[in-house]
Ligand binder design. Structure first.
Ligand code: RBF
Ligand code: ADP
Ligand code: MG
Length: 324
């Protein structure tokens, strides 16, 4: 069935046809399974069948969470595998929202499976998606279509999150730090140095809106300690900030540098170079600033880890060796 699942995998199974999928996963040796659904009766059946594991914690087991998958709290993930059964992919939320949430819930190299049995097809003619529809649904998301097939029990589409976060080629974004919208990302705990987009048009052609990580170098003001002008880890948002954008404010390129600057609070007007190396996720309209801040914290943790890889460390030299 799904590529790369085994004893130490965590799986999230969504929807009313979860039971047979859980059986299959148990058979494959998967011990840590979270069933997600709106129907309390089905979740009760699952609890009866598999016993009750603590709702959170490090003990593997079958757990249940009642609610809409798109609302699943981040602490329930991440998983190696997300399986949508039946209606869970199409009717409770839009398929695109379901896939965006799936990307956020699956580790790099993990899989997303869309499964439906023959029965549900009769009452849901638009499901499963056609190949073209599926291709349109994953556009811009870090998901590849691995396979799509009719199996004995119905339809099965397998999507995969690429195994690494690396961009095919690093992209250099360089410009002056300008004033942003003053909405107080500093109060959010994540000040973002906004790069003047005037000089970035060419580079931005290679980058879809979304969240990236890489290395950054600020040419800090005169008199600031030399550490401030060293190469530091960075998370980057490129896009229109749908969570907070009140109208049609222009897209921005904002860099939160993982360094506490010693020379002062701000460095507007300084030159900033960012080398984008990997894509983390698409931009999302969160339910509020709190959810956004929570996710940015995860982005920072993912970026820190990814940038420790020797291939990423080696790229930092591209900035260290540049002189202006
Ligand atoms: N804004 C959004 O509306 N959606 C996002 O998914 C989003 N992701 C971000 C990720 C990172 C790492 C950073 C630094 C910012 C992100 N933002 C996002 C932008 C955020 O709304 C902005 O920094 C503040 O509103 C201050 O301008
Ligand atoms: P604005 O809306 O003007 O971008 P922010 O609240 O996002 O305001 O603050 C950003 C400013 O904070 C940056 O332009 C920069 O001068 C300063 N700053 C201080 N520390 C950092 C950091 N670690 N990363 C990014 N910017 C920082
Ligand atoms: Mg900013």
């Amino acid at each position: 069935m799904a590529p790369n699942v085994g004893k130490h995998s965590r799986a999230i199974v969504i929807g009313s046809d979860a039971l047979p999928v859980i059986d299959t996963l148990k058979y494959l040796g998967v011990e840590d399974i979270l069933a997600v659904g709106n129907d309390p009766e089905l979740l009760a059946v699952i609890k009866t069948a598999y016993g009750v594991a603590p709702s959170v914690g490090n003990e593997p087991g079958v757990r249940v969470w009642q609610g809409d998958f798109t609302e699943l709290p981040a602490y329930q993930g991440p998983a190696q595998l997300v399986v949508f059964t039946d209606e869970s992919f199409g009717t409770e939320h839009t398929p695109r929202e379901a896939l965006v949430k799936a990307c956020l819930s699956v580790v790099a190299g993990g899989s997303v499976i869309i499964h439906s049995d023959q029965e549900s097809r009769r009452w849901q003619p638009k499901y499963p998606p056609t190949r073209d529809h599926l291709a349109a649904l994953v556009a811009g998301l870090p998901l590849n279509i691995h396979s799509e097939q009719e199996v004995a029990t119905g339809y099965c589409g397998i999507l995969q999150v690429p195994p690494g976060y690396r961009l095919r080629a690093p992209v250099m974004l360089s410009g002056t730090v300008v004033k942003g919208f003053g909405r107080g990302s500093r109060q959010m705990g994540t000040p973002t140095a906004n790069i003047d987009t005037a000089g970035l048009q060419r580079a931005l052609k290679d980058l879809a809106p979304g969240v990236y990580f890489g290395w950054a170098k600020v040419h800090a003001p005169e008199g600031w300690p030399s550490e401030d002008s060293e190469v530091h880890k960075v998370v980057l948002n490129i896009g229109s900030r749908p969570t907070v954008n009140t109208g049609n404010e222009a897209p921005s390129v904002e860099a939160h540098i993982l360094h506490t600057f010693l020379g002062g609070q701000e460095f507007y007007g300084s030159k900033l170079e960012v080398l984008a190396l990997g894509f983390l996720r698409p931009e999302i309209r969160f339910s509020g600033v709190e959810a956004l801040v929570g996710r940015i914290r995860s982005d920072i943790a993912l970026a820190r880890g990814a940038l420790d890889a020797p291939v990423m460390v080696a790229q930092a030299m591209l900035l260290e060796e540049r002189s202006d």
